[in-house]
Design a protein. Structure first.
Length: 344
């Protein structure tokens, strides 16, 4: 205190235990600040005391959680810093109490990190509004897993899988904070998307297959219902395909199906989805139609285009197609029922 008076210092004292009249023990963090009069003489000493007991309990809970892993805190930090995942502990006041080096790279590159900072001040108000519901659930005792997306270097979108794990108090009375694990799953999402695309492609023609067709049809019908937009589904097969296949063999039959699918693709709009359901059965999904006559005109064009002979190696074959057309503009109809209407 005398040093504060002599040098006009702000004295920040270490946390210290204080016994309350009821016998409970609390920890106080105190600061002493000199206040001067007009002549520059110390007139008052302002003492500020903050009860930090809960924060100490949270820190102790984290240390106990780390100890439960069978590692020292220093070793756990060494391991955590070596991991590419972002790992942190956030207390009940939404203040960072522990984080690994990945957090520094993500939020405060070139600084000491985010220890002691709140989540809100670290990530910004807009992002905080998105994450706050998950934070509330974690602090209520729920383990939360969700995905998050942001823009990485070079405009590359990054996908994250985020897990919030609540940390109970040492006595089991309430939640004192939660652990965060944030992992970059961009590559996994990309591979999953590629596998999904491959699983929805017909190997022979390169068109959308049956599974992909129904997924696209369901999405198109939902969009049609939401916007009250007119759409149509065409159903067709290759007339006289079986005689060609029986006469010239499966290789010629396969070549015919590929050539047939090529003519369909070049006749419809770029936004339309052409699919092969199997065998010689094909479908087309047409969204955002201005009027029913637009789909009818394209159907008539397809019938005309298919009538031209198909040159398949040394063989020239002639086939035709019959097209069923069904329209949809919202409602409770199932995709299978809409396709059945087009088939009929």
């Amino acid at each position: 205190d005398q040093a504060m008076l002599d040098y006009a210092m702000v004295v920040d004292l270490p946390e210290r235990p204080v016994s309350r009249p009821d016998g409970t023990l609390r920890y106080l963090h105190t600061m002493s600040v000199p206040l001067f009069d007009a002549a520059g003489t110390v007139e008052y000493i302002l003492c500020i005391a903050e009860d930090v007991t809960r924060r100490r309990e949270q820190d102790q809970s984290l240390r106990e959680a780390l100890a439960a892993l069978g590692e020292s805190e220093a070793r756990v930090r060494t391991i955590a810093d070596a991991l590419p995942a972002m790992i942190a502990y956030i207390d009940a006041n939404q203040v960072y109490r522990f984080h690994n080096f990945a957090y520094v790279r993500q939020f405060h590159a070139g600084t000491g990190g985010v220890l002691g900072a709140t989540v809100r001040s670290t990530i910004g108000e807009e992002r905080y509004r998105t994450l706050e519901p998950y934070i509330r659930r974690a602090l209520a005792g729920e383990t939360v897993v969700f995905e998050e997306y942001d823009e990485g270097t070079g405009g590359r979108d990054v996908a994250w899988e985020v897990t919030y794990i609540p940390q109970p108090a040492s006595d089991g009375a309430g939640i004192v904070g939660f652990h965060v694990m944030r992992q970059d799953i961009t590559s996994h999402k990309r591979e999953k998307k590629q596998l999904m695309m491959l699983s929805q492609i017909d190997a022979l023609t390169g068109l959308t297959n049956r599974a992909g067709f129904f997924q696209k049809l369901e999405s198109a019908m939902q969009n049609s219902t939401a916007k009250s937009a007119l759409m149509a589904v065409m159903y067709m097969d290759v007339d006289h395909f079986k005689p060609v296949n029986d006469t010239y063999g499966h290789n010629t039959g396969d070549a015919l199906l590929k050539a047939f699918s090529g003519r369909l693709t070049h006749t419809v709009r770029a936004s339309d989805t052409v699919a092969r359901l199997g065998g010689d059965e094909f479908t087309i999904i047409m969204e955002s139609l201005g009027r029913p006559e637009d789909a009818s005109a394209i159907a008539a064009k397809i019938v005309s285009v298919v009538q031209a002979p198909f040159k398949l190696g040394d063989v020239s074959v002639s086939v035709s197609t019959s097209i069923g057309l069904a329209f949809f503009q919202g409602g409770l109809l199932e995709p299978e029922e809409l396709l059945k209407q087009a088939d009929m």
